[in-house]
Write a protein that binds this ligand. Sequence first.
Ligand code: CMC
Length: 392
Amino acid sequence: SGYVTLDSGFKNTGATKSAITFLDGEKGILKYRGYSIEELAEKSTFLEVAYLLIYGSLPNQAQIDNFQHQISRHTLVHEDMKKFFDGFPSKSHPMGQLASLVCSLSAFYPESLDPHATAEEMDLTMIKLLGKMTTIVSWIYKKSLGHPVIYPQNKLDYVTNFLHMTFGQRTEDVEIDDVVVNAMNKLLILHADHEQNCSTSTVRIVGSSDCNLYASISAGISALWGPLHGGANQAVIEMLEKIKNDGGDVDKWVNKAKDKNDPFRLMGFGHRVYKNFDPRAKIIKKACDEILAKLGISDPVLDIAKKLEEVALNDPYFVDRKLYPNVDFYSGIIYRALGFPTEMFTVLFALGRLPGWIAQWKEMRENNDPIGRPRQIYIGENDRSYVEMSKR
Ligand code: CMC
């Protein structure tokens, strides 16, 4: 192992070549397949972006119609999957449920296990996952309320159908506000891919052993759950609530985050790659004001968030370390305004990231990337002799 270069946290190690997402952390640029995130968030839909990420170019009308049609044919999940919900404790975290349910798709669709499946068969496995994910996510939410689940309506577009299954009261009852549909599209687009982050690298490394798509993505969901990654969106709202209930003294909490003897960090702040600003955060902050205004909602934690941002961005600790609000800082305030409970936020991140994970998994397979297998620098004991229990 003398030739191994240590790079904990893979700060400087490129693990693959990729043609999906471009990211310039110094300049704050993010592009999917060459299209800027600003333009996509403004003009596109989540389904179109999913197509773009997975297949490489924007779809024409016939292609998007066909994509939507294929996905709609696979939104139903096996009825037996409903029984899983009877087994989960009622307060179990939605991310644990999501990872389990997505992994279990491999049991219901064993054809997904074949690493030598044709491109068409692989495509069907991906389409099934895109369709079933919306149903699984909305059912997790319904079950958390103790409410009956709502079945998909195939005449609805991808995002509207998801919102219908989540917020609809009865199967016939479809009245989802356009403001909500547009906000959801924007948020999902902004989360759709982010090159080789922790969860995507996990999906790739699990998939590199020829493991099936459902299990690979389930592993990515688990990686996303952590509060340093996607779980930050839940942690941000919990932090803002805590600050509010503590009297709203933002300076006190900023000082706490600076204290190296205190494990507390400003959640939703800082990024491994962005060192000037996170372009997603910029769009989300603006959208947050607009959406809350359109919905006629005023949320006191939004004021706290803005104050916190202002204080931190004027503090040398954060300036010197180039720590800025990231995508998770304002997203939760929008999710909450749309009616989602805090514990669902990271699940929504997963729903948004799904096409990116799928695209990266597909690219890895098509490029025949080798199995992922990092090395180490061994620092443990050498040459010890076994000592009998009576002599220890
Ligand atoms: N609050 C206070 N100090 C911080 C923060 C923060 N949020 N983030 C980084 N620092 C400090 C850190 O203590 C270190 O200081 P020093 O040089 O004195 O030791 C310095 O900044 C560099 O931080 P790091 O931990 O070495 O940076 P990293 O690239 O390993 O970690 C991060 C990146 C995102 C994990 C980290 O900034 C963090 O923990 N942020 C809070 C959690 C969060 O918002 N995560 C969401 C990330 S974006 C979306 C996503 O991935 O899902």
